[in-house]
Design a protein around this ligand. Structure first.
Ligand code: NAI
Length: 463
């Protein structure tokens, strides 16, 4: 029986060829396969994975299975799946539920499918953005009669989520509590999902330990920054083919993703302006040479707008009404609510191609909206390159090993991997790019108060 939902199994060979290339660029994951392939520390683990089903994620999945895990997978965004990668995974016998351009209803039913192990439950979640974790924890609260949230959807997303929870509750009473109670923990990939986990913990609603992979230095200071530096402009180019050099681009937010995005646009020759609410990040942007402005002041003049904040309602309808004809609007943050797309629904939309729409504003000016406001580097392009994802996913695998082998030693809460492992992840990526590391003499190490083998920095060091 086929236990997958994908676009076309015929794409598997193409996906496999791209896996072969990606493996050569993912030294961290390949080193873990070598180190743990025999001892199989993930034997017995049943991992429900919700993370963009790309080629790079294919290499992550095959690393988890090489270490002994059973895995079921869905994408964490309706536009981010690479259908050939999903096909290669399905052909290898790993259940995967992901189609580029799936509907919201399908999205939540696929999230449900990742928990349907033959044994009845998953025991670990590997999450990106927190949807899989939220599905189980919210479902369990509704099941227990703790919340009537389900009655008041405030968006299309919530409507689809609540419908799926209702469906599951009707089909199998007690299902959500069983899933929740079987979980030993979750490892979370991104800033937005991590915010959700800290909130859950603060409200006493996190019943298991969670590892915040995002805040490993070798994740957020690399994937969020150098990843977006490559994939942001890639997405805009594939969507629009617009000449970037000379254009005025506005980047909303100057955190890790904003820093990479601003650098990406500058590298392409755009004249880049930044908006920020945090004085520290605003000062950083200014001292990196970017003009720091408010969106109100530049909405009418800029050519390209990108949100990177992880916040909601950043580009609002009043800004879009001001924009010049053919302004490009996109988001690279995790959720689509950074741009008020719902307020555009009653305008005239012309679909240009998949994930590119032209929308006519009341003034007659048109804006080009990328991926309907969903993260454009994965919707319009293929996300970050393999090398940087190797660092992120090496952290993910280490986090899954930690939760599976030592999870019971942790209280419910949100944890970060120890610095020694963070340094190990970096170390595994040096050879590939010919980095020669210097070594500390015993005297030097004593003088700065570290061990010659590391860790080289205190936990509060910010890089
Ligand atoms: P961050 O917290 O480092 O940066 C966000 C910045 O936005 C902060 O400096 C904050 O002060 C600023 N901000 C918040 N509200 C604002 C507003 N109204 N106007 C202007 N600035 C505002 O977070 P990070 O790591 O940069 O992540 C941002 C988002 O990107 C998150 O949703 C994260 O999950 C997502 N992400 C997306 C990736 C992708 O490949 N598309 C990769 C990594 C993260």
């Amino acid at each position: 029986m086929t236990d997958y939902i994908i676009r076309d199994i015929g794409l598997a060979q193409f996906g496999r060829k791209e896996f072969d290339i990606a493996e050569t660029e993912m030294p961290g994951l390949m080193a873990l396969r070598k180190e743990y392939g025999e001892s199989k520390p993930l034997a017995g683990a049943r991992i429900a994975g919700s993370l963009h089903m790309t080629v790079q994620t294919g290499i992550l999945i095959e690393t988890l299975t090489a270490l002994g895990a059973e895995v079921r997978w869905a994408s964490c965004n309706i536009y981010s799946t690479q259908d050939h990668a999903a096909a290669a995974i399905a052909a290898s016998g790993v259940p995967v539920f992901a189609v580029k351009g799936e509907t919201l209803e399908e999205y939540w039913s696929y999230t449900d499918r990742i928990f349907q192990f033959p044994e009845g439950t998953a025991n670990l979640i590997l999450d990106d953005g927190g949807d899989a974790t939220m599905y189980i924890l919210l479902g369990a609260r509704v099941e227990a009669g703790e919340t009537d949230l389900i009655a008041v959807p405030t968006s299309e997303e919530e409507e689809a989520l609540f419908a799926q929870i209702r469906k599951r509750l009707a089909a199998s009473p007690g299902w959500f509590a069983r899933q929740r109670d079987a979980l030993k923990g979750v490892s979370e990939e991104t800033t937005t999902g991590v915010h959700r986990l800290y909130d859950l913990h603060k409200n006493g609603q996190l019943p298991f330990p969670a590892i915040n992979v995002n805040d490993s230095v070798t994740k957020s200071k690399f994937d969020n920054k150098y990843g977006c530096k490559e994939s942001l402009v890639d997405g805009i180019r594939r969507a629009t083919d617009v000449m970037m050099a000379g254009k005025v681009a506005v980047v909303c937010g100057y955190g890790d993703v904003g820093k990479g995005s601003a650098a990406s646009l500058r590298g392409a020759g755009a004249r880049v302006k930044v908006t920020e609410v945090d004085p520290i990040c605003a000062l950083q942007a200014a001292m990196d040479g970017f003009e720091v402005v408010t969106l109100e002041d530049v909405a009418a003049d800029a050519d390209i707008f990108v949100t990177t904040t992880g916040n909601k309602d950043v580009i609002r309808i009043e800004h879009m009404r001001e924009m010049k004809d053919m302004a490009i609007v996109g988001n690279i943050g995790h959720f689509d609510n950074e741009i008020q797309v719902a307020a555009l629904r009653n305008h005239k939309w012309t679909n240009v191609k998949d994930q590119v729409d032209m929308i006519e504003m009341p003034s007659g000016n048109r804006i080009i909206l990328l991926s309907q406001g969903r993260l454009l580097n994965l919707g319009n392009a293929t996300g970050h390159p393999s090398f940087v994802m190797s660092a992120s996913f090496t952290n993910q695998v280490l986090a899954q090993i930690e939760l599976w082998t030592k999870g019971s030693e942790y209280q419910p809460g949100v944890y970060i991997l120890p610095k020694a492992l963070d340094e190990k992840v970096a170390r595994l990526h040096l050879d590939k790019i010919g980095v020669k590391l210097s070594t500390l003499s015993k005297e030097q190490a004593d003088y700065i108060g570290v061990s010659p083998e590391g860790p080289f920095k205190p936990d509060h060091y910010r890089y």
